[in-house]
Design a protein around this ligand. Sequence first.
Ligand code: SF4
Length: 702
Amino acid sequence: AVPHSTHTHRSTCSYCGVGCGILVQQDARGKLHVKGDPDHPVNRGMLCSKGMNLHYVVSDQQDRMLYPQLRASRQHPLERVSWDTALTRAAAVFKSLIRQYGPDSVGFYVSGQCLTEEYYLVNKLTKGFLGTNNIDTNSRLCMSSAVAGYVKALGEDSVPISYEDIELADCFFIAGANPAWCHPILFRRIEQRKEQHPAMKMIVVDPRRTQTCQMADLHLQIRPGTDTIVYQAIGRALIENGDIDLHFIQHHTDGFETYRDEVMQTTLEEAAAHCDVPVEDIRLAARYIAESKGFITMWAMGLNQSAQGVNKNLALLNLNLITGHIGKPGSGPFSLTGQPNAMGGREVGGMSSLLAAHRNLLNPAHRDEVARFWGVEKISEKPGLTATQMFDALRDGRMKAVWIVCTNPLVSLPDARLADEALKNARFVVVQDISNRSDTAKYADLVLPAAGWLEKEGTMTNSERRITYLPKVVEAPGEALPDAEIFCRFARKMGYSGFDFPDQAAVYAEHCALTQGTNIDISGLSYDVLKTQGSVQWPVPSPGHGGTPRLFTDRQFYTPNQRAQILPSGAQNASEHVSPDFPLVLTTGRVRDQWHTMTRTGKVRKLGQHRPTPFLEIHPDDARQRDIQHGDTVVVRNLRGEVRVHAHISGDIKRGVVFLPMHWGKILNRDFGRANNLTNNVVDPVSKEPDFKFSAVEVERY
Ligand code: SF4
């Protein structure tokens, strides 16, 4: 329990995009205590296992980076230096590379865990002052397909609904997501809805029978890569049964006729055979949707992390659009954000393809507007490199230096050997992080210690567009500094003006001012408002506005003609093909109690108890064919690499499919269970999000 003796701080969990409110106290002995905030609109006092153990992560400082370290060359060890020496050196290297090779020879790779102010500053620094759009984020590995889907269909990267719609819905369509494990508090709200409204229906689409499926009324256990076909088949069934909203389609959308022609090309029987699900189940899914008054589609990485991620998003969004289930209570599409501030990062334009406040980098008027605001001559018209492109460019020498902030690409990028080669080949690698458990740090020429959660102030935006202020509660250890302070000091070393902020409130005010007049206008927000009134959902266009829980209630979309676009989504699987040599499909994902590359959750013994080691989930028939017993060490391999791991035989996974968790990395485990040895660097052509969910592999006993 949180003691009553000291001041209580209200903060937000720093893990997933659900954005649960947390109460934090430090007792007289300096010990931290956390518990769920009972007054927070997201979690109403609940926390999952990761959130409940956050104080251990802050308190255990064994692995913390404490002071800047620099090496003279790759042959020399890292040595402790002062902040001044560290940033003088960084500025000298960046200036020299830009002079010699141009601004596109450098870049920043940041994180959906950065605070909005940090994101704003590094984006301003890169695009406004360094003169390159080479800034991308690990959100590219997470939400970029959903972003592109929203922009194409609705005109803007805009999640239309609120968590409160969960309590108003009576049909949930959960695709490529396991919220019971990965968004647990949000899932708890769905469970509560079911308890209160037993007639509610849940349809889950997933090649694995996950924890989420235990509550499902219908599980469509599709063949990997066939998502689009099953959504189109459901669309066809809805059209054939007359269960579509013709008034909405006629008055508020474009493209229905083309969509209808596309879905009519495949019979339900053909689709069922292709997806390997019973045709009756496709009809039943359509019936559940047709009978609902409130219909929510939810999805996560199963759709986004795909070579056809944008098309999968469009195919799912189309189910909301043809039934008119958008912009009204209890209805709408709802992408589940993986990281706590992926959305805040997009708001400030913190990706290579974006500009501040969702402006378009390719639009000259938008570039001029932002350049004028920042007081710079221009913003480069050349699109920046995305996450995997940046590492390709480091590998082939087009990029010389990369500054990596709060992310561990050596473990998280697809085809790990490519990330290895890229960082080996780079001339200068800066790693700005809190933990020396980051595998990427071994390639650093310069290590910069950053402050972590509770050690700095700022804001974040969760999956439902809710912006929350996070206060500084404790001092950072050693010489660690907030990321925002590091960016400002570096900018000043480079000789740039515009980075002398008295505090983070001033950074936030500048960001808010830049949103004025846009669809994500938060010019009515400030630190004072957030501190006194609590969290709020954008847009907030004027002081005292109170926020916007639901978008498109007037059925006016953000497209040029204000009509939603029902777009064809194709059905071609662009992933690599299975073959006699590599006949199984590998898919990767999370386990319940771990987070990303485990630099934080890996420190908490309690969180390791649920799944202490990496494992390969394999169907009993596939195991039997290969003479594999439960618990055997097996080798999973393909042409990109191999992984040793223990076999976990389970009827929960579809025959022909195997699953590896994505958390375990190289240094800690000597390649044991390192899933990204096997994943493919191929990306979606529009979103550039990698195809983590479909790699052809073979498995054998070790
Ligand atoms: Fe944190 Fe997400 Fe768990 Fe909430 S559901 S406590 S935000 S990890």
